[in-house]
Structures are given as structure tokens and as C-alpha cells.
Design a binder for this molecule. Structure first.
Ligand code: AP5
Length: 222
């Protein structure tokens, strides 16, 4: 199965991706994670990327498209199915993704659009914490680590992302509304869009999705 996960910041794309990775063995490809890896390396490119991310703005299309093209054409694991989380975010990215997938003959199955509301988003992102090593997601109220600031799974530090403050969350939301509507329309026109209620509990969202896959007989293909 080849999926695109769309939705505002905090809609639960990363959380759903972790559930689908475990349940269906799909590879999770998050442009946000890939860009944060670049930042960690502290190269000139990483420093450039950091400027956009910390302001909540989009990294230029050309750079992100190059990252995804390299990943999809060189990582053999993607042949077994994957989820693109946070990509595409602009019409240009969506069109270039179709070009790349056309070249490797791997059309998308679905674009999953997780809708969510601003109060839920602010509550979730304000409380989100992430493991610096394995990327496991936590929330200070809904899902705190057993030991404060320590990952339950690998013992590494659990931290708060620099862009998870209220002012930057609001900018990310504005940037999302301005750019990503056209991506939703793009997949709707292709008949690939499925809407999910991101405000719901993540297991409930997963169950609705499994029902869609069953009804479309997706488990018998690929
Ligand atoms: P990115 O890392 O992609 O961030 P985002 O899109 O803002 O999405 P988030 O990771 O914040 O939210 P999510 O929907 O994954 O929520 P999560 O599951 O973690 O991008 C960061 C930046 O990188 C961008 O601003 C941009 O600068 C750049 N970038 C990335 N891709 C780009 C691209 N293609 N082009 C250009 N620039 C790009 O959940 C959040 C919290 O809520 C967690 O604590 C979780 O535990 C909790 N939670 C989730 N779901 C539920 C639920 N159902 N019930 C209760 N709690 C929940």
C-alpha cells in the first residue's frame, strides 16, 4: 500500500503512521523527520533548513522534492509499501511526486486527509514531546513517558520540538491553510482522497481506515 498523509500540524499524522507501521509494516517517510536530521548534522544545508522550520515556514520545494526523489528511487524497502507523512505540501510537490511515481511505476493508493480543529491542535502540539533517538511520540498529559524526559522504549532524552510553541503553531497552521488546500483538491480530483476525523482517538481513526482498506479489497493487492 502506498499512502500520503495530509492534514494540519498536530492532526495525528505521525501517530497514525506509527500505528500503520506496526500493523501493516509500511515504511514511514516523514519529510519533517528528514529535515530535522539535516538540522542535526549542522551542515550549511542544515542551518539553512533550520531557519524555515523554526519560523514555521515551508522549506523550499526544490530541496524537499530532491530529498523525496532520492528516498523513493534508492531505498529498496519502499517497494513493500510506504506512507509519506508531511509530503506533498504544495501543488508543485504533488505534481512532482506523480512524476517520480510514474517513473518508478508506483501509483499512490490513497491520500488520507486528517481533519482537525485549532483548539485540539494547540493542546496536542503544546504538550507533545519526542524521543531524540527513536522518534517515539509522547504527550505530557495524554501519554507521558513513565520516567520524566526519558523514552520508555530506548532510554534516550525526550524533548520538546522548537516549533511546538503557540506562536509558531499558529504560523504553521496559516502556512498549511494557504498552501495545502490545493493539494487536497488535487487528490480529490484524482479520486484518491479519503477524509478522516483527526480529532478522534488514534485507534478509532485506525479502525475506520482498516474498514476502508477492507471494503476496497486493498489487503489482497501489492
Ligand atoms: P512536520 O514535522 O511534518 O510537522 P507538521 O506537519 O507540522 O506535523 P506534526 O508533526 O506537527 O503533527 P502530526 O500531525 O504528525 O501530529 P502527531 O502525530 O505528532 O514538519 C515540520 C516543519 O518541517 C514544517 O513546518 C516545515 O517547515 C518543514 N517541512 C516538512 N515537510 C515539508 C514539505 N513537504 N515541504 C516544505 N517544508 C516541509 O501528534 C501531535 C501530538 O498529539 C502528539 O503528542 C500525539 O501524542 C498527540 N496525538 C496525536 N493524535 C492524537 C489523538 N488522536 N488523540 C490524542 N492525542 C493525539
Amino acid at each position: 500500500m502506498r499512502l500520503v498523509l495530509l492534514g494540519p500540524p498536530g492532526a495525528g499524522k505521525g501517530t497514525l503512521a506509527a500505528l500503520l507501521k506496526e500493523g501493516l509494516g509500511l515504511v514511514h517517510i516523514s519529510t519533517g523527520d528528514m529535515l530535522r536530521e539535516e538540522m542535526k548534522k549542522e551542515t550549511a544545508t542544515g542551518r539553512e533548513v533550520k531557519k524555515f522550520i523554526e519560523k514555521g515556514e515551508l522549506v523550499p520545494d526544490e530541496f524537499v522534492i530532491r530529498l523525496i526523489e532520492k528516498k523513493l528511487t534508492s531505498d529498496k524497502r519502499v517497494g513493500h509499501g510506504y506512507m509519506l507523512d508531511g509530503f506533498p505540501r504544495t501543488r508543485k510537490q504533488a505534481e512532482d511526486l506523480d512524476r517520480i511515481l510514474g517513473q518508478i511505476r508506483q501509483p499512490l493508493d490513497y491520500a488520507l486527509y486528517m481533519e482537525s480543529t485549532l483548539p485540539v491542535i494547540i493542546q496536542r502540539l503544546g504538550g507533545r514531546r519526542v524521543c531524540r533517538n527513536c522518534g517515539t511520540l509522547y504527550h505530557i498529559r495524554n501519554k507521558p513517558p513513565k520516567k520524566e524526559k526519558v523514552c520508555d522504549l530506548c532510554g534516550a532524552e525526550v524533548y520538546q520540538r522548537a516549533d511546538d510553541n503557540e506562536a509558531t503553531i499558529r504560523t504553521r497552521m496559516d502556512v498549511y491553510l494557504k498552501n495545502t488546500r490545493s493539494v487536497i483538491d488535487y487528490y480529490n480530483a484524482q479520486g484518491k482522497l479519503k477524509k478522516l476525523d483527526g480529532d478522534k482517538d488514534s485507534e478509532e481513526v485506525q479502525a475506520v481506515l482498516m474498514q476502508i482498506f477492507h471494503e476496497d479489497h486493498k489487503f489482497n493487492k501489492h
